[in-house]
Design a protein around this ligand. Structure first.
Ligand SMILES: [Zn+2]
Length: 337
């Protein structure tokens, strides 16, 4: 495996090594609010093994990444969207065997199994690679297992380019099925192409969302792959402009999750923000509007109390701004009709 491949794989999952070394007893000082974390990852023991076999280091014992009780304890929030990562099996950088659909199914099955233990508090977001021939079949299969779940799409792992008519067509049909089934989507939008930005966002808005029945859509990491850089600014600026021009169709509930954006520590391939960058990021939150921003940790990157500390102390959000961000049970209600 060459350096480029390793780097690509590392950024599919932002951080393997970033949880602070606090003991579990020390992370119980959560604020007096019901907290909904929109972005918590889980991996099955098999997936962890497959990552390790590729030489990607994990700094914590496997249960940090795979055990639902440990995850709930360490992250310590009331509700979570538990996000599966089975889409990596569709990436030739990650998996070269010929059982990718079987592997994806196993990963989604693991997600459903562990989530069923905490039906009230954990909403499973299964994964598909929208460009694959089996994408719709897997989507339907997962809906049959749990119609109260969500869908995670990762356009960097799946290398989705909405500028390609074939890709657009496939993604459109996935969004249509999601909308019909009241299935919220968590979208990792950035496909890692240097030109990703305005064009992709306009296609999403004009060609996918405009004639679509209501959907819950959460744009992960403010539309990027984490951190705060020129790409983040372009994405937020483009959305803000489209909102201002009333070009974002009103039937949808669209949120932007702040997970992995306000990085207070270095992570694989993404560096932490300088003091100046935190100040600038704050102005972009103001521009986007706190009613559109949702809380997410990208666990295991952060746990909730540590990330809330970053939002308060490094990003300088006021209590009321933080409360507005926390006040989003994004995906529990039905989509607006
Ligand atoms: Zn993530």
């Amino acid at each position: 495996m060459n350096k480029h491949q390793l780097y690509f794989l590392a950024i599919l999952f932002l951080c393997f090594s970033c949880l602070s070394n606090k003991k579990e007893s020390e992370v119980n000082n959560k604020p007096n609010l019901e907290i909904y974390d929109n972005h918590v990852h889980i991996m099955s023991p098999e997936l962890i093994k497959d990552w390790k076999d590729l030489g990607i280091p994990f700094s914590k014992p496997d249960y940090y990444y795979s055990n639902i009780d440990s995850i709930l304890n360490i992250n310590n929030t009331d509700y979570i969207n538990l996000v599966g990562m089975g889409y990596v099996y569709g990436s030739p950088e990650f998996y070269q065997g010929n059982e990718e659909y079987e592997k994806l199914k196993q990963e989604n099955n693991y997600l459903f199994k562990v989530s069923s233990k905490y039906k009230e508090n954990v909403k499973p977001f299964f994964a598909i690679d929208p460009l694959k021939a089996y994408a719709v079949e897997e989507l339907q299969r997962c809906l049959q297992i749990n119609k109260n779940s969500g869908l995670k799409l990762h356009f960097s792992s799946s290398q989705v380019y909405l500028t390609e008519p074939e890709h657009l067509k496939k993604v459109k049909s996935i969004f249509a099925i999601a909308s019909e089934n009241n299935l919220p989507i968590l979208l990792h939008f950035d496909n890692w192409h240097p030109k990703f930005g305005k064009d992709d966002i306009e296609i999403l808005v004009d060609s996918i969302l405009t004639n679509l029945k209501p959907i819950h859509l959460t744009i992960a990491h403010f539309g990027t792959s984490g951190g705060f850089n020129q790409k983040t600014k372009n994405v937020v600026n483009t959305f803000a402009e489209l909102y201002e021009k009333d070009r974002i169709p009103e039937q949808h509930k669209i949120l932007f999750d702040i997970s992995a954006v306000a990085l207070g520590k270095d992570s694989d391939g993404v560096s932490k923000l300088t003091e100046k960058a935190f100040i600038e990021l704050k102005s972009f939150l103001d521009k986007l509007g706190y009613e559109k921003i949702a809380f997410g940790t990208d666990y295991p990157l952060y746990n909730a109390s540590d990330y809330l500390q970053v939002l308060e102390n490094k990003l300088g959000l006021s209590k009321s701004e933080i409360n507005m961000i926390l006040d989003k049970k994004t995906n529990t209600e039905k989509a607006p009709q």
